[in-house]
Ligand binder design. Sequence first.
Ligand SMILES: C[S@@+](CC[C@H](N)C(=O)[O-])C[C@H]1O[C@@H](n2cnc3c(N)ncnc32)[C@H](O)[C@@H]1O
Length: 452
Amino acid sequence: MDFYKNAIKRMKSNKSLSMNRKTIAIVLTIIVIVIMIFMYNPSILTPVFIPIVRNRLSSGLDNPKSFGLLKIVYNGDQILFKSKHWDHPREHEPRAIVTVTDINDFITSVIKDNEIGLGESYVHKSWFADDLMIFIQIMCFNFDTNKSVRMPMTLKSKSMDQKNIEYHYDVGNDFYETFLTDKLMAYTCGFWKDPRETLDDSQFRKVDTVLTKLKLKPGMKVLDIGCGWGRIGDYVSNKEKVTVYGLTISRAQYDYMKKNTSVIPIYGDYRDIAKLTNHMKFDAIYSIGMYEAVTQFNGTMFFDQVKQSLKDNGVFVMHCISSIDTSKPQDYMGDSYVLKHIFPGGQIPDVQWIYRHIRDSRMSLIHHEMFGGQHYAETLKHWRQNMLKSRDYLLSRGYKEELIRSYEYYFSSCEAAFRANTMGLSHFVIVNHPIADIRNDGNYLCPSINAN
Ligand SMILES: C[S@@+](CC[C@H](N)C(=O)[O-])C[C@H]1O[C@@H](n2cnc3c(N)ncnc32)[C@H](O)[C@@H]1O
């Protein structure tokens, strides 16, 4: 009897097992079909994704801590999202209206790639904003991290850097000249005291601040690592009566520098400084806005090269962007598009890594000064305005509308990120001793920007 009961039980449980298997198979098939539809024609799923995007926006923009109001419209008068308090803004609360012209591209790009998708769909002209920078600033402020984006951070090779630089700087010198309109053609932030100042005022103040820290004397030999088009080095060499050598990995910058400046140009990679300069020892070295291309994995290699090329009593001054929240320097909204499309292979430096790299290369940090992001934000605003003023000229020179929109997105998103206080700037003054000490001539006391 028991034998028959057990046999019936076994048959029933096998049946439910096969039922379960069937359900799993059906669910898997549906998932595969959905993925295939999404890959081949993602727009079919737009109606499914709209509520997901709406909820995501609402979670960041409709909570008690949010600041900034947003309205997104599409198909003429359809509202994709409207902040709860849209009609009751607080004092000085920023507001932005986004008009979506291609809802399928907008939605699928954002679902697939978050901020990168947002930037890419802007470049495709799938949406416009009444004020692009304000819109991204609202996003930066309310969406802390862009969790779906992680830039692959590996040890970068010289050939990778070479490719990245060609991609960026060799776009064309005339392209850069339309927005870097200051006499120094500086492609780093200026230091501002007043928004009514010009780009020139701010860039000269920045370089002069570096010079106060370098304390050069006539006749010295100075190296500029990552020297851009060489006009900063030219200014330094004329002002301080020193000889400036400029290192760049961009062929277009090297050619420009050779033709137009007094800087002795060196073409190559920072990992080869000692080799490229025949093991020359410099009285002083500076680097303005190049460390962002080094990344945490190559930091010690960078400082090792500086150490080898600096005289024992020499000083190295480094100016770079630095993250303010060092716990997650890679995660800011406003960076991901730029790191993928504008500066591939770059990384926002973290001050803690820099401290470690300096120590590991047996040099000493004697002064570290931080500046707020507003200096870079103001500079980026000028670059954006300058470039947009030259839009027709750039188009007539054969530059594509997509490139202009991509740089517009880059300038706006970086300005927004700096204004939302996710990044700032740092000056490091470093000496070539493993153990730091006060020099008896007092030369190691570094005045700040405000002392001028
Ligand atoms: C943002 S620009 C700054 C230029 C200039 N210092 C200024 O303030 O305008 C960065 C510079 O670093 C150089 N650079 C980037 N990666 C490099 C590498 N691996 N080796 C040498 N130079 C590099 C670029 O060619 C460019 O000149």
